[in-house]
Design a protein. Structure first.
Length: 711
């Protein structure tokens, strides 16, 4: 999640009336007979804010260490397995189908960094990647510098957070998480001897090496709030690290990085609306960081380095940002020379700077654009793409002095493709297209891009993909996906797993609703804070349009969203339960009021400028009006599969658990309401690639069965 900023009103507005957390008064539900759903005990806890009284009967589910809580989650898992038990063979079919599309032993395209080509690969039967490199030269031998399978042995969860190789290529800094809580331990490895060094650090979120190859800077997070707030300097071999910066403002998190030029190490303090950067000469690791420009509310700037110049992307003249150039050194805005002006219809997402050129990463009309500029003349040309709707982004570009720019390209029908683009000749070389086994032919599938009018007249983009042979004279089964938060754009990327749906006659659709970033910064602004309901109404308007135009109908329409998209699922289902056949809600942010009123929870304070600060009366009232948990009612609801993970650090497991427990007492229909908790994972679900496919097969079996497809 991103972090946000808003003025905080005193916590005296919060008035918890009940006593402290009370354990359940009855024994946990039995798992011996799961023909009926488990019933969670009610232990009322009362909150009163601005004269509004809320009764939370399931607040006790927050006690992760309580045996009663774990027993309840296990009972829900057992019930879910019981209800979907008849789909076990179908799940296996879907899993084998998806697995058959994947080249299990495969490798990525090597990229050059210094004296080596770096690469990663997978091997049949192994859950995780193997990382290797070869010295530049025809007869170079492969060096495996990290095998995630070895590190993950006997661990139910494993993830690598960051990997950074020292400038001379002799040392590796890497971080790992073994519980799924995105809590990473930093380790160091000597790549010449293969030995692991004794130096280590906990809760590390970002790392950067100085050019002396022995000094490393790393950022750690607060143990309670998970806010990245402290920067340390560490010289390998020293017993202790030196704390050199601490961000006190709870609205900000910090990050450390090094420019591609290796000229500067940059510390960025950032809220969702404001940044401040501190710079250090990468050749002077013992010196002090110098602030470039003091933070100004609602102003963001991001520096990159080239020779004696800085290139700066800033939103000082407009929400969609512009690019300026200036001599390196202290900020003097009067010396800024504008290279790319602010444009109302084009969002400048960033700039990648190289020795002889730079690439602007833009978004226009909901689609990405890559523009190459000559450093000397600042004259641009576009990298063109063959399809009307697509995804394109920078690839691995570690070298500063190069004529090649690597980018990734895909679409809803084109597998991910890696290209090297020669900026002088403008020739592109396809280095690899991800193989899709089983005789996949892109021409057998059709993608569409349509625009749907929202209730206020705003035109909302919708992307669709389906089997070309699909009959179009009657409504078809459809899975409609949505997110719409944090200014994040939903990529039009290819997913081979999706073929399991398309080949069985489903249409897959993505609603690019407000709150996302597809149509510029204003698209985000118009779907957050006191305009958040635009996100929900946009999604409903899209669904209504797709029904009206006979793409689908309410008895064949399944919707899906995760995290903030789970909020979307909860809000729209409360508003229009009649419009959907089934709902898949993954790690859903549905307990909005309790979470946003608890500043002790991870990430809460920093979220105020995305959702609002509910210690302010107006924000409280607005959020209260759409929060899914508080707005559940006694009425019929669609079938629901709610998925979560016990070790989720972004959306705590108890949000979906409480939501399901409460909805069971209110729903008047006989549709299944299922809660599935991964007891060993975090926000992203299973970490191993085979386990991850099995999770998708489980979800897809529910989706397809709800529209009558079970083969």
């Amino acid at each position: 999640m991103k972090i946000c900023s808003i003025a905080i009103i005193a916590a005296a507005f919060l008035f918890p009336v009940a006593n402290a957390l009370t354990p359940p008064v009855e024994k946990p539900p039995s798992m011996t007979n799961m023909t009926t759903p488990p019933v969670a005990n009610k232990v009322p806890k009362i909150f009163e804010n601005f004269g509004d009284k809320r009764v939370d009967d399931y607040f006790w589910l927050r006690e992760k260490s309580s045996p009663e809580v774990i027993d309840y989650l296990k009972a829900e898992n057992a019930y879910t397995q019981s209800v979907l038990g008849g789909l076990k063979d179908f799940q296996e079919t879907l899993y084998k189908d998806m697995l058959s599309r994947i080249k299990e032993t495969d490798e990525n395209v090597p990229y050059k960094r210094g004296d080596y080509f770096y690469n990663s690969r997978t091997e049949t039967g192994k859950q995780y990647s193997i990382y290797s490199r070869k010295k530049v030269g025809a007869d170079a031998k492969e060096e495996i510098y990290l095998d995630a399978n070895e590190l993950a042995k006997d661990k139910p969860f494993f993830a690598i957070g960051t990997m950074a190789v020292s400038r001379d290529g002799k040392l590796l800094a890497y971080s790992t998480d073994i519980i799924g809580f995105r809590q990473y331990t930093l380790n160091f490895k000597n790549l010449e001897s293969g030995s692991t060094l004794p130096d280590t650090a906990e809760r590390v979120t970002s790392v950067a090496w100085a050019n002396d190859n022995s000094t490393v800077f790393y950022v750690t997070e607060d143990a309670t709030t998970k806010r990245s707030d402290k920067l340390f300097r560490h010289r390998l071999g020293d017993k202790n690290s030196e704390l050199i910066f601490e961000e006190k403002d709870e609205l900000y998190g910090i990050n450390i990085d090094i420019t591609r030029s290796h000229g500067y190490i940059i510390l960025t303090a950032e809220s969702s609306e404001t940044t401040e950067q501190h710079l250090l000469d990468a050749n002077l690791p013992t010196a002090k960081f110098a602030m470039y420009m003091k933070r100004k509310e609602n102003i963001k700037y991001f520096i990159d380095h080239h020779g004696t110049d800085f290139y700066i992307v800033t939103n000082d003249k407009g929400r969609n940002s512009r690019l300026v150039k200036t001599a390196e050194g202290a900020a003097n805005e009067k010396t800024w020379k504008e290279i790319i002006p602010h444009r109302a219809d084009v969002k400048l997402d960033g700039v990648d700077v190289f020795k002889d050129f730079f690439v602007a990463i833009e978004k226009t009309k909901g689609l990405p654009k890559l523009r190459v500029f000559d450093v000397r003349t600042a004259k641009p040309h576009d990298i063109t793409f063959p399809e009307a709707a697509y995804e394109a982004s920078p690839g691995q570009n570690a070298e500063f002095d190069t004529k090649l720019f690597r980018f990734n390209y895909s679409s809803l029908v084109t597998p991910n493709s890696v290209f090297d683009y020669h900026v002088d000749t403008r020739e592109r070389t396809l280095k690899k297209q991800q193989p899709v086994l089983g005789g996949y032919e892109p021409k057998d599938y059709q993608s569409e891009r349509i625009m749907v009018k929202a209730k206020d007249g705003t035109m909302v983009p919708v992307s669709l993909v389906y089997k070309r042979a699909l009959k179009k004279n009657s409504p078809q089964p459809m899975l409609l996906y949505g997110y719409g938060s944090y200014g994040i754009s939903m990529p039009l990327a290819f997913r081979s797993q999706r073929l399991a749906l398309l080949d069985r006659g489903m249409i897959y659709a993505i609603a690019h609703i407000r709150g996302g970033g597809e149509m510029g910064k204003q698209w985000h602004d118009n779907g957050k804070m006191m305009k958040k309901k635009n996100t929900f109404s946009d999604f409903i308007n899209v669904a209504e349009y797709l029904v009206q135009k006979k793409y689908t109908d309410p008895m064949q329409l399944v919707i899906q969203g995760g995290s903030a998209g789970g909020l979307l699922m909860g809000a729209t289902t409360n508003m229009r339960p009649d419009l959907f056949k089934a709902v898949v809600s993954q790690v859903p942010f549905v307990d909005v009021m309790n979470t946003m009123l608890d500043s002790s929870l991870p990430l809460t304070v920093g979220e105020y400028l995305e959702w609002g600060n509910p210690t302010e009366a107006a924000a409280y009232k607005y959020m209260r009006s759409y929060s899914p948990y508080e707005n559940l009612e006694k009425k019929a609801y669609p079938a629901m599969l709610v998925e979560t993970s016990l070790n989720d650090s972004q959306v705590m497991y108890w949000e979906p658990a409480k939501y399901v427990a409460k909805l069971r007492t209110l729903k008047t229909d006989n549709n299944p309401l299922l809660l599935k908790t991964n007891m060993d994972a975090g926000h992203g679900g299973a970490s191993g690639r085979y386990d991850y496919l099995k999770e998708i097969a489980f979800t897809y079996s529910f989706v397809l069965s709800q529209v009558g497809v079970m083969k």
